[in-house]
Design a protein around this ligand. Sequence first.
Ligand SMILES: [Zn+2]
Length: 217
Amino acid sequence: MATLSTGSRNDARKHALLRDYQLKTAQHTRLLDGRKYPCCGCNRSVGKDFYMFEATSRATKAHSFMYAGEDCAQTIIQFSASTSTPLVDLPYFDPLTGASRTSRGSGTRPGGSVAKWAPLNRELFYAINLTFLAMKLKPGSTLSKVLETITTNPSQVRPTTAPALNTIIERNLDSTHGSLTDYVNDLRVRNPTMKQYPFTLIRGALKNLSTPPIDYL
Ligand SMILES: [Zn+2]
């Protein structure tokens, strides 16, 4: 048998990932100072920009998070197009500046910009990204389902989305943090230029509910 080149060996690993795991795109973002993640099984670490996937083992049904740098992730998304469960690309979110941009990727929709999204959905998208970045969520939470709801219909505001995020944050708080903002402030220790996130629209949406919950943003 011919020896595989590094490139095709890495491609084979990515095909194997898609065969062994049900993947779901959870975020496309920047690597913060103080963090390091292994990339997709290619023996590298992710670079400045990376994707996080929620992975469910097809054999054991166990949940985990998986990381891939920009290039590897684009390849995985591209390879997934020929499977029965193509991966959805996501807009890129920069937690330091709060900017988002269209994914350069080849992936399936909706990798586009969040510029034209309903303003509440745009804020929810940022808050979900920050929740994934700042809190130690267990894989398999319903947060990626909330994200999916927003990204598939970005112009449609659903009254259930803000309270769903609020509840996920509440359930994942530990004894030293009372809100998502507390966790985001922890990230500021190593990333002092990070933008402030007031979450004005989400807080407003929670207040407007018939039974307003305690706000954990
Ligand atoms: Zn990789």
